[in-house]
Ligand binder design. Structure first.
Ligand code: GTP
Ligand code: MG
Length: 199
């Protein structure tokens, strides 16, 4: 799929503020700093469409991007950042869960996982919650440019093994690097297929 136009629409801090749910929508979630905003820039081939930072906690609200005037990409704030207060954590989970569990036009949530590290409890619990709530999701392993091919293979196998301890089937998995634009075509092709589904 070719991305012809990508335009920032708005930032929202709750569901009611989000644009009308009148087209397919795809959200990116995962731990702070995992590379959500960078992946959106890689997908759209725009350097600075979604704001990125080397410091965790950059994205703070729900950001909608209008793609080809046909569908939305949604950049979400990350979870699991240690320096966040209990009160802010609660605010985050209310905002995100309200959005993810209730947004009727959300076709798939891409959960981003850092390919360099061991499976993390916070990610596994988050995935578990999506499953319990029946939110469709796919996994996206990020920052693969920072690993050797062999180490990546070992980490992916290890992750799948961990998932199969609680899940009967594996979800759809994408392997990406925003620096090398790896996995971009695969994600866009899948989104294109989902966009063709009857509403
Ligand atoms: P929050 O908005 O804070 O939750 O973070 P985020 O998940 O949106 O992460 P962001 O895209 O801002 O990226 C965090 C840092 O990781 C930045 O310094 C990026 O340049 C870097 N980064 C993101 N993706 C990649 C990647 O594929 N490869 C490499 N090498 N660095 C990456
Ligand atoms: Mg971000």
């Amino acid at each position: 799929m070719k991305i012809k136009t990508s335009v920032f629409v708005k930032s929202s801090s709750n569901n009611e503020q989000c644009p009308a749910p009148d087209r397919p929508e795809y959200a990116f979630i995962g731990r702070s700093n995992v590379g959500k905003s960078s992946l959106i820039n890689s997908l759209t081939q725009r350097r600075d469409l979604a704001k990125t930072s080397s410091k965790p906690g950059k994205t703070q609200v729900i950001n909608h991007f209008n793609i080809n005037n046909e569908w939305y990409l949604v950049d979400l704030p990350g979870y699991g950042y240690a320096k966040v207060s209990q009160a802010d954590r609660k605010k985050w989970s209310e905002m995100i869960e309200n959005y993810l569990f209730k947004r009727e036009s959300l076709v798939c949530t891409f959960v981003l996982i850092d390919s360099r590290i061991e499976p993390q409890k916070v990610d596994l619990e988050f995935i578990e919650k999506l499953g319990t709530q029946g939110v469709p999701f796919a996994l996206v392993f990020t920052k693969t440019d920072k690993l050797t091919a062999n180490q990546l293979k070992i980490n992916l196998e290890n992750y799948k093994k961990t998932l199969l301890e609680t899940w009967v089937d594996l979800p759809q998995i994408f392997v990406t690097s925003s620096v090398a634009n790896q996995g971009r075509e695969e994600i866009l092709q899948q989104i294109n297929e989902w966009n063709q589904l009857p509403k």
